[in-house]
Design a protein around this ligand. Structure first.
Ligand SMILES: *[C@@H]1O[C@H](CO)[C@@H](O)[C@H](O)[C@H]1NC(C)=O
Ligand SMILES: *[C@@H]1O[C@H](CO)[C@@H](O)[C@H](O)[C@H]1NC(C)=O
Ligand SMILES: *[C@@H]1O[C@H](CO)[C@@H](O)[C@H](O)[C@H]1NC(C)=O
Ligand SMILES: *[C@@H]1O[C@H](CO)[C@@H](O)[C@H](O)[C@H]1NC(C)=O
Ligand SMILES: *[C@@H]1O[C@H](CO)[C@@H](O)[C@H](O)[C@H]1NC(C)=O
Ligand SMILES: *[C@@H]1O[C@H](CO)[C@@H](O)[C@H](O)[C@H]1NC(C)=O
Ligand SMILES: *[C@@H]1O[C@H](CO)[C@@H](O)[C@H](O)[C@H]1NC(C)=O
Ligand SMILES: *[C@@H]1O[C@H](CO)[C@@H](O)[C@H](O)[C@H]1NC(C)=O
Ligand SMILES: *[C@@H]1O[C@H](CO)[C@@H](O)[C@H](O)[C@H]1NC(C)=O
Ligand SMILES: *[C@@H]1O[C@H](CO)[C@@H](O)[C@H](O)[C@H]1NC(C)=O
Ligand SMILES: *[C@@H]1O[C@H](CO)[C@@H](O)[C@H](O)[C@H]1NC(C)=O
Length: 418
């Protein structure tokens, strides 16, 4: 019933859009932008006052680009101009508009429905503004859209099904809004999708299995939502993934090992879920360019993978607050790009290894060994860690005296030995 109504509404909008699209020319474009200017109530008015003057051709106004053939406004870029105001209904008259970038301003209120007339629109960036209201389902009418970026606004409601009719869509960035409901299963039909950013919303339900059909995805970020259930095995089919971020949800079950076969992946960010099970020993053998492995605050157990030295580009290794046990492999010392090593609050045992990565010059190295059961002494060579900022080895069985050389590390700010 609801779907039928939405379809009816969309069809109606489509008809309205068609009838209104007929007689526009460059004069219409100029009047439209003058009406936008009249809605801008604050900002550095001087540039609009000087540049957006009826005396000059609209094609020469700041932020405006016209098509060379038809001399109509094709692109409008007013990003980062500290403009405050709203988009007027007349905006729908810019019928030749292909690219609209209003990012990083203070535009507010709802988007006018007349924007459905922007049938040539391919690029839409409204990020970092204060737009509100339900995410418009009429975006779905704009069949040529490749980029929808509305991050950091106050949009509400659920992700409209009509989005999944935009087969050209490559980027969908809805980060940091107040979007609720489930991630629709039909998302897998967006076969051109490269970036899906849903971070910082109120999404529930599970990660749809169909996502594994969106095989061009290189960025999948659903961090900071309330998603539940398992990570579907099919995610491992997304061979182009560079970033897989599912942090701070309520996901359970074990990590499908197929994920550790995505050879292009650079960041695996799974912190703050309830993931259980083991890590495969060969974890790093299929991940040659991994830079960040964030697994802290889960329920993972077993030993540290023996293959870690093969993640040679690793900068961040965060295993804290899990149930790992066994020794800390000294091979970590061969990870010469490491900046952050978080192993605390686990059940690691064995000797304190000096993670001797003195080659790092321009990065901080943070070692957080909190609450593990490590014995031995802190060796004199600790002074080689010339970029060390924080050393925490509290609640262990470390003995002996603190080598005085530690005070030669000028970057050290936090030393926790309790
Ligand atoms: C645009 O159309 C209006 C009437 O619809 C006309 O008065 C005006 O001269 C036209 N402008 C150009 C530049 O053709
Ligand atoms: C720009 O125009 C507005 C409205 O006409 C006026 O209030 C404002 O003082 C002008 N600002 C500058 C810097 O010229
Ligand atoms: C708009 O302008 C800004 C700053 O000049 C630029 O960074 C941005 O890429 C432009 N947007 C588009 C869509 O070209
Ligand atoms: C421009 O838009 C307004 C409001 O949507 C509409 O009333 C008007 O007819 C449009 N003008 C042209 C020339 O299309
Ligand atoms: C985007 O929103 C998030 C969450 O509210 C906030 O932490 C972040 O600072 C915002 N980004 C910008 C550039 O405003
Ligand atoms: C998608 O487009 C098809 C054909 O144009 C239409 O039948 C269908 O209702 C649309 N779906 C949505 C959710 O808009
Ligand atoms: C992936 O797409 C194929 C072909 O359209 C379809 O048969 C299959 O059910 C889809 N898989 C999922 C998990 O949705
Ligand atoms: C990873 O890829 C290798 C080589 O393609 C294959 O032999 C292995 O079975 C894969 N492992 C997983 C867990 O998918
Ligand atoms: C590192 O990778 C190589 C090549 O895949 C493999 O032969 C070697 O066993 C791996 N090392 C470890 C410690 O797993
Ligand atoms: C630590 O690294 C430095 C520089 O690479 C090297 O000179 C030193 O022998 C190493 N110390 C240990 C204990 O491996
Ligand atoms: C600290 O560095 C100075 C200068 O490099 C050196 O002379 C001194 O022996 C070092 N102190 C310790 C305790 O290692």
């Amino acid at each position: 019933m609801e779907k039928a109504f939405t379809f009816f509404l969309l069809t109606l909008l489509l008809l309205m859009a068609n009838s209104a699209m007929t007689h526009t020319n460059v004069t219409t474009d100029q009047l439209t932008l003058l009406s936008l200017k009249s809605q801008i109530i604050s900002g550095p008015f001087h540039f609009l006052n000087e540049s957006w003057s009826p005396a000059a051709s609209v094609c020469h106004w700041v932020g405006v680009t016209c098509g060379s053939r038809h001399q109509r406004v094709m692109s409008l870029n007013l990003s980062k101009m500290a403009l405050k105001g709203r988009i007027p209904r007349e905006f729908g008259n810019l019928s030749f508009l292909v690219s609209l970038d209003l990012g990083s301003n203070n535009f507010h209120e709802n988007l006018p429905q007349e924007m459905t007339r922007l049938r040539r629109l391919k690029f839409l960036d409204l990020s970092f503004n204060s737009f509100r209201g339900a995410i418009p389902s009429w975006f779905g009418i704009l069949h040529r859209l490749q980029v929808i970026n509305i991050r950091n606004n106050s949009f509400t409601g659920s992700i409209p099904y009509s989005f999944f009719n935009i087969s050209t869509l490559e980027t969908l960035n809805l980060n940091f809004n107040s979007i609720e409901g489930k991630i629709p299963k039909v998302i897998g039909s967006l076969i051109n999708l490269r970036e899906l950013n849903l971070r910082g919303n109120m999404l529930i339900g599970s990660i749809p299995l169909s996502l594994s059909n969106a095989s061009r995805l290189d960025t999948l970020d659903i961090t900071f939502n309330s998603l539940q259930g398992n990570i579907p095995e099919g995610i491992g089919n997304l061979h182009n993934l560079k970033l897989l971020g599912i942090q701070d949800n309520q996901l359970t079950g074990s990590i499908p090992f197929t994920i550790f076969n995505i050879s292009r992946i650079e960041v695996i960010a799974f912190r703050g879920n309830s993931l259980s099970g083991y890590l495969p020993n060969g974890l790093c053998n299929g991940l040659p360019i991994l830079k960040g492995l964030y697994l802290s605050e889960n329920k993972l157990r077993g030993h540290m993978p023996t293959s870690l030295s093969n993640c040679s580009q690793l900068q961040i290794l965060s295993l804290s607050e899990n149930e790992f046990d066994g020794p800390i492999h000294s091979e970590i010392g061969s990870l010469t790009n490491l900046q952050v090593l978080g192993l605390g609050t686990n059940h690691f045992t064995g000797m304190f290894h000096l993670i001797n990565i003195s080659t790092i010059v321009s990065y901080y190295l943070r070692i957080l060994f909190y609450y593990t059961l490590i014995a031995g002494i802190i060796p004199q060579e600790i002074e080689n860690l010339v970029n060390l900022v924080e050393l925490g080895v509290e609640k262990n069985q470390i003995t002996g005296s603190v080598p005085i050389s530690i005070f030669n590390i000028s970057s050290l700010q936090i030393l926790s030995l309790a």
